[in-house]
Design a binder for this molecule. Structure first.
Ligand SMILES: *Cc1c(COP(=O)(O)O)cnc(C)c1O
Length: 413
């Protein structure tokens, strides 16, 4: 919408935000005020199809009525006790989450990065206590191109100069190997290796799917060398790829699985570390914790978020609609170098001559779709998992229209 028709009395959201907020994001200049299902509305009343879904935190769709109901009900009963006391939402939450993910132990946290940090602590301790590794020597293998969050330990093993530049010194104990290369991973295993931390599909790197057989090979290597396999399913998990967990596509089971994002359907930060009996079993009272982790409001919200995922078969819908959408994206041609993904975790990579993904995301926004550019030339397409076939066709028509049109100018700023 052109600025000229905006009434002059309108509150200057963008100006104030830019003036008072730290500039650690470069959002599209759309100010959203309402969401329902796959749709969001800006302050001028324009409607958009949300093709980012809060980086997969909103898999269940915006303001899902059943999750909202759970949030509202629990918020009037009990919201936080701390883990100094027990609360009546925690046990049923653990039971439901473990049953669904075939896990034996849960450690509840809040953000994804905290779940990653928790897993790092737990597997190190496991290595010292169960494997007899000398204290302070534990190593964890990660992959280049990884994204596991923004804490100082986690960015220390990022390969993205923007994520780590200027933020050192970094914690030792991590080795990076190329994603998708099982031989390189095996070569990096030493007697001090306690874990391999990996995304089943690298999300922030641009929806990078490893070669077939890679994850089963990593699973076998971990088993053979007595190393824990930690799968970061914070983005791939909870239906996004067309299965509840992405590991199911590979017929493998991780020793430690990290979930977050859609665990609350976007209502509230809720994450969890899930493990077999051994790894989380090493933690004793006082060795780890979180004021908010496992609070009754989070548990009630997460229980509802999991229930609707399963009862409304969102993973199945993601598989069906995702395949349809991917086929459509592959047929676009023009500036599209490759369309890829699994389930509704999709990406369109543009040819370098297309001038970068940002300008195309701005043009898509004008056509009624909110997409996010990543790594220069890639547009991520990851709508809520409740997307219908008609809505997918609506989106495809507009994406096709924009991508087959003239190269848009890039907005200033
Ligand atoms: C988003 C994400 C994280 C970090 O989650 P936060 O809640 O932002 O801390 C970690 N790992 C992966 C794979 C993610 O996509």
């Amino acid at each position: 919408m052109p600025d000229s028709i905006m009434p002059s009395f309108r509150y200057d959201h963008i100006g104030v935000e830019e003036r008072l907020g730290a500039h650690n994001y470069h959002p599209l200049d759309v100010v959203l005020t309402r969401g329902e299902g796959v749709w969001v509305w800006d302050v001028e009343g324009n409607r958009y199809l949300d093709c980012l879904a809060g980086y997969s935190a909103v898999n269940q769709g915006h303001c899902h009525p059943r999750i909202r109901e759970a949030l509202v009900a629990q918020s009037g009963r009990l919201t936080l006790t701390s883990r100094a006391f027990r609360n009546d939402q925690l046990a049923p939450y653990f039971e439901e989450l473990c049953a669904l993910t075939r896990s034996h132990l849960v450690l509840p946290m809040n953000t994804g990065a905290e779940a990653v940090e928790t897993a790092i602590k737990a597997v190190r301790k496991w290595g010292y206590e169960r494997r007899g590794i000398p204290e302070g020597a534990a190593e964890i293998i990660v992959c280049t191109g990884n994204f596991h969050g923004r804490t100082t330990a986690v960015i220390g093993f990022s390969s993205d100069p923007e994520a780590r530049g200027g933020f050192g010194p970094f914690a030792p104990g991590f080795r990076a190997v190329p994603f998708g290369d099982a031989a390189a991973l095996e070569a990096a295993i030493t007697p001090n290796t306690v874990g391999v931390l990996i995304e089943p599909i690298q999300g922030e790197a641009g929806v990078i799917i490893p070669p077939p057989g890679y994850l089963p090979a990593v699973r076998a290597l971990c088993t053979r060398h007595g190393v824990t396999l930690i799968l970061d399913e914070i983005q791939t998990g909870l239906g996004r790829t067309g299965r509840l967990l992405a590991e199911e596509h590979e017929g493998i089971e991780a020793d430690v699985t990290l979930v977050g994002k859609a665990l609350s359907g976007g209502f509230y930060p809720v994450s969890a570390v899930l493990s077999n009996g051994e790894v989380l079993g090493v933690l004793q009272p006082g060795q780890h914790g979180s004021t908010f982790g496992g609070n009754p409001l989070a548990c009630a919200v997460a229980r509802a978020a999991l229930r609707v995922l399963v009862e409304e078969d969102m993973p199945g819908n993601a598989a069906r609609i995702g395949a349809h959408l991917l086929a459509g994206l592959r047929g676009i041609g023009g500036p599209v170098r490759e369309a890829r993904g699994r389930g509704l975790m999709l990406a369109v990579e543009l040819h370098p001559e297309a001038g970068g993904a940002r300008r195309w995301c701005e043009a898509l926004r004008r056509a009624g779709l909110l997409c996010k550019d990543t790594h220069g030339h890639t547009i991520r397409v990851s709508p809520p998992l409740i997307l219908t076939r008609d809505q997918a066709d609506w989106a495809l028509e507009r994406i096709e229209g924009v991508l087959r049109g003239p190269t848009p100018d890039l907005a200033a700023g």
